[in-house]
Design a protein around this ligand. Structure first.
Ligand SMILES: [Zn+2]
Length: 134
């Protein structure tokens, strides 16, 4: 009994540098300020190829694997081409579709700008699926 207590007290500073194991945050929180467009200052609509710059509304599709804490943003659409829902769900990943406005993120070190997501609104969301019933 006392052993257990002692073990817990061992090196109390040990855990302090470790990030928390699980962080529960909404996609809005996680994606806020996420950069998109590979610092080209624009992203391109996957459907029509239109260049989307700061100040434009976009639709973004992203996914996240079970092991990952971060969303991978994959497809970007202009508002005219934007899908309204995620199609067939992909096995083993959580998916989301968000509407957002493109903002600008200033990078002081390189003195460049990157596009980032602001005012994010989740349009569709698929939880991590382990398999389908059908
Ligand atoms: Zn388009």
């Amino acid at each position: 009994m006392t052993d257990e207590l002692l073990r817990d007290r061992e090196r109390p500073g040990d855990t302090q540098n470790r990030p928390p194991e699980t962080v529960q945050a909404s996609p809005q929180q996680l994606l806020r300020g996420a950069s998109v467009g590979m610092s080209l200052g624009r992203v391109v609509c996957l459907e029509c190829g239109e260049s989307l710059e700061e100040g434009r509304a976009v639709m973004i599709y992203g996914y996240r694997t079970a092991e990952s804490q971060t969303w991978t943003l994959r497809r970007c659409y202009c508002t005219a081409c934007a899908p309204t829902a995620i199609g067939d769900s992909t096995l083993g990943v959580a998916e989301l579709l968000v509407r957002a406005w493109l903002g600008s993120l200033a990078l002081p070190r390189t003195r460049t700008h990157e596009l980032c997501l602001t005012e994010i609104e989740v349009v569709d969301y698929r939880q991590l699926s382990e398999g389908s019933d059908s």
